[in-house]
Design a binder for this molecule. Structure first.
Ligand code: AMP
Length: 452
């Protein structure tokens, strides 16, 4: 069913035009098409009609430019609307936020207001903010209010927001517990609990906090759990807290099909040169570069900035304001290259990311999926470039097993892969030699990469 063929003219174009202008701004900032609002005198019907959502919610769907539900939305929304517990096995970038926010809005639309009726537990503040933002935009016409709760900022402002009457909160576990213990959040009327990116929360050590939050919810409620993978501990949690859940699975443990994957073998000390060369010679939109450590992210961003790239880093050493400025710059295009660590990049939601560059190979295939989930979002194409050294052969093997194919190894033609490490490094290795030990000549690039 095509979007255009379902257009229906209505008489309420004036009532929706202001709202659409704002929605258009939001959509544009996220890289959505603004076609749906191009003719304000048309109210667009779409495949979302199948869910029978209230017109006030459909207005939000249209304002964000969503036309066709993504697979996770098609499969998850109906059982959630029926009140079932669900396990959503879907990676970031599949549209899972709207998959749970839309039915939450539908359910909360009727009933009393001004107290927490839906709680979304998120691993990072960025994800909590984004969930809240999506909820506020989709639910604009419903009058329901959402607020984000996370640490690193004053509790006072959050207390005021909560006091003003939040219907939906998206919260990180630690700060949520602070509020629960202080009595500033009351979950006694909560109807729907969402545990988002459960596997990541488990990796980040949040499982005990989540269990503590669950101890504060004694009454019957609907539980929705989203996770890209299902490690054993999450499986155990599911069995303990969910009632007859429906499992909804979308491309489990596989990156989006719209992403191409290539490996770039390179000696460690030449990674920065290779990165510059690739950025110089490749047509890119926004580029997200991943390093293993926060110091690495800072260093790479500093080096790129020195070469004139519009870049910054996103890592754990930044204050909340700096993080928000980095994300805002990346989102509005003033920053073209963002260098981030895995944890800091959770929840980055920028549709124009054309390339993800793994400056350092991710620790696990799960991390690879999460990183790559930042590009190729909702049918856009994207490229994943991974720099690999001789030490990465095991990780490459696991990745190729996961993807079910041997990845192409690329080398740049005019790049000097045999350029020696800077003098300083050689001097250090000379000084740290044992007495009588000979300094061996470094093997050539070809020999170093022989096992890859
Ligand atoms: P998520 O997986 O929730 O992080 O969503 C990934 C991106 O897709 C976000 O920017 C969403 O706003 C966007 N999105 C979600 N659903 C749709 C849809 N049905 N059509 C187009 N874009 C969507």
């Amino acid at each position: 069913m095509s979007f255009q063929s379902q257009s229906i003219q209505t008489s309420d174009c004036v009532a929706t035009s202001n709202f659409n202008a704002e929605g258009r701004e939001f959509s544009r900032s996220r890289g959505y098409t603004d076609k749906p609002e191009r003719c304000p005198s048309y109210r667009q019907a779409s495949d979302f009609e199948i869910f029978n959502l209230h017109p006030s919610i459909m207005a939000g769907v249209r304002a964000l430019g969503y036309t066709v539900p993504t697979p996770i939305q098609s499969r998850a929304i109906p059982p959630i609307l029926q009140g079932r517990d669900i396990i959503g096995l879907a990676q970031t970038g599949t549209g899972k936020t709207a998959a749970f926010i839309l039915p939450i809005l539908e359910r909360l639309r009727s009933g009393s207001r001004g107290h927490v009726r839906a709680l979304v537990i998120s691993p990072t503040r960025e994800l909590a903010e984004q969930t809240c933002e999506v909820s506020n935009h989709l639910g604009r016409g419903t009058g329901l209010r959402s607020t984000a709760i996370y640490g690193g900022v004053s509790m006072e402002q959050q207390n005021q927001d909560l006091h003003g009457g939040a219907d939906i909160i998206a919260a990180c576990p630690g700060r949520l517990l602070d509020h629960l213990w202080k009595g500033t959040i009351d979950l006694s009327e909560m109807e729907i609990l969402v545990i988002d990116e459960a596997d990541r929360m488990f990796d980040m050590g949040f499982l005990p906090d989540i269990r503590n939050v669950l101890r504060c919810i004694l009454h019957k409620h609907q539980t929705l759990l989203f996770s890209a993978t299902m490690p054993a501990d999450i499986g155990r949690l599911v069995r303990e807290i969910m009632h007859d859940p429906v499992t909804v699975q979308v491309d489990r443990q596989l990156p989006a099909k719209t992403v191409s994957h290539v490996l770039y073998p390179v000696p460690q000390h030449l990674k920065i040169n290779l990165l510059k060369e690739i950025l110089n010679t490749t047509k890119t939109d926004s580029v997200l570069v991943f390093t293993r450590t926060k110091y690495g992210a800072e260093r790479v961003a500093r080096q790129l900035a020195r070469y004139g790239y519009r870049t910054t880093s996103l890592q754990g050493n930044l204050s909340q304001n700096q993080r928000q400025a980095a994300l805002a710059g990346f989102r509005n295009g003033s920053i073209k290259v963002l260098v981030a660590t895995d944890i800091a990049a959770r929840g980055i939601d920028v549709l124009s990311i054309s390339h993800v560059i793994n400056y350092d190979m991710p620790e696990s295939t799960d991390d690879y999926i999460h990183r790559i989930g930042r590009t190729g979002r909702v049918n856009k194409s994207g490229a994943a470039l991974t720099f690999v050294t001789g030490a990465d052969s095991d990780k490459i093997y696991s990745l190729e097993r996961l993807l079910g194919t041997r990845l192409e190894r690329l080398t740049l033609q005019d790049f000097d892969y045999n350029k020696p490490a800077p003098d300083k490094e050689r001097r250090i290795s000379y000084l740290s030699r044992r007495p009588g030990q000979r300094i061996l000549k470094k093997p050539t690039f070809r020999k170093q990469m022989a096992g890859l």
